[in-house]
Ligand binder design. Structure first.
Ligand SMILES: O=C(CO)[C@H](O)[C@H](O)COP(=O)(O)O
Length: 259
């Protein structure tokens, strides 16, 4: 279902004053869907598409499935960024492939946990950061879809998790090394747990150590390199200089930010 509302209203001196009724308050999920549908406007027939993971990306995948069913899109190949998205896409009859067969992707659409003013991202609170980074990094265009709550002054600024995927082998050792490297930013680390308190295992059989940061990390490329140099670290959830476009849906309407 397409959601529409126009947050703009115009009055002039000559016309009688119409006091507009306030726009309906939209739920966070409705905002996510608005951003997702807008992103799917970028999808054209014959594209190879990176299919993101999470509650926002789910709306985009649903919409792509719907347009395929209606024959408004044809000959799409989807590259899912997680097992969950793969299942969703299969249930919608979206033809799927992988990076081995399609090393260049036309367009990826995915959500994010944080977006900074330079369009750097935190991703992976849903646990799929590694496949997301591989697939979105291989994309000619990467469109990020968020509701306004995801916008931050600097990465880590929401005080929520900045995820790091690590190998299970001696993960406590790796988590401690990570804490030491990040100590200057007031970093606490916690291994991610699943719903029943067990250690969460990624689609790649790894664990996630979440970093909680008190301070701004400053030069993100320096911090990124430091984290990636640690043996045992597979990947982190900072997506630096990867997004081409960020679509932000809020009570104000939709804003499209281009790199
Ligand atoms: O990176 C992700 C999954 O690994 C998600 O894109 C991110 O967590 C945003 O999720 P949501 O759209 O549910 O808020």
């Amino acid at each position: 279902m397409a959601l529409t509302y126009d947050p703009l209203f115009i009055t002039s001196d000559k016309s009688p004053i119409n006091i507009p009724s306030p726009p309906p308050t939209l739920t966070q999920d409705e905002l996510k869907r608005i951003a997702a549908y807008k992103a799917v406007d970028y999808v054209k027939s014959n594209m190879v598409l990176g299919l993101g993971t999470g509650s926002t990306a789910k709306h985009a995948v649903d919409r792509i499935g719907e347009l395929l069913r209606q024959n408004k899109l044809k000959n799409i190949v989807g590259i899912p960024t997680s097992k969950k998205t793969q299942e969703q896409a299969l249930s919608l009859n979206i033809p799927l492939s992988d990076l081995d067969s399609h090393p260049v992707i036309d367009l990826s659409i995915d959500g994010a946990d944080e977006v900074d003013p330079f369009l750097n991202l935190v991703k992976g609170r849903g646990g799929s950061l590694l496949r997301e980074k591989m697939i979105e990094g291989a994309s000619k265009k990467f469109v990020v879809i968020v509701d306004e709550t995801k916008m931050v002054e600097h990465l880590g600024g929401s005080k929520l998790a900045v995820p790091v995927e690590v190998v299970p082998f001696c993960w406590k050792f790796t988590a401690e090394k990570l804490r030491e490297v990040m100590e200057g930013y007031g970093c606490e680390v916690k291994v991610r747990l699943g719903e029943e308190g067990e250690v969460f295992v990624t689609d790649n059989g790894n664990y996630i150590v979440d970093m909680y940061l008190e301070k701004d990390m400053g030069d993100l490329s320096v911090v990124s390199d430091e984290i990636l140099r640690l043996p045992g670290v597979v990947e982190h959830g900072m997506f630096l200089d990867m997004a081409s476009t960020v679509i932000v849906a809020g009570e104000f309407g939709v804003e499209i930010k281009n790199k």
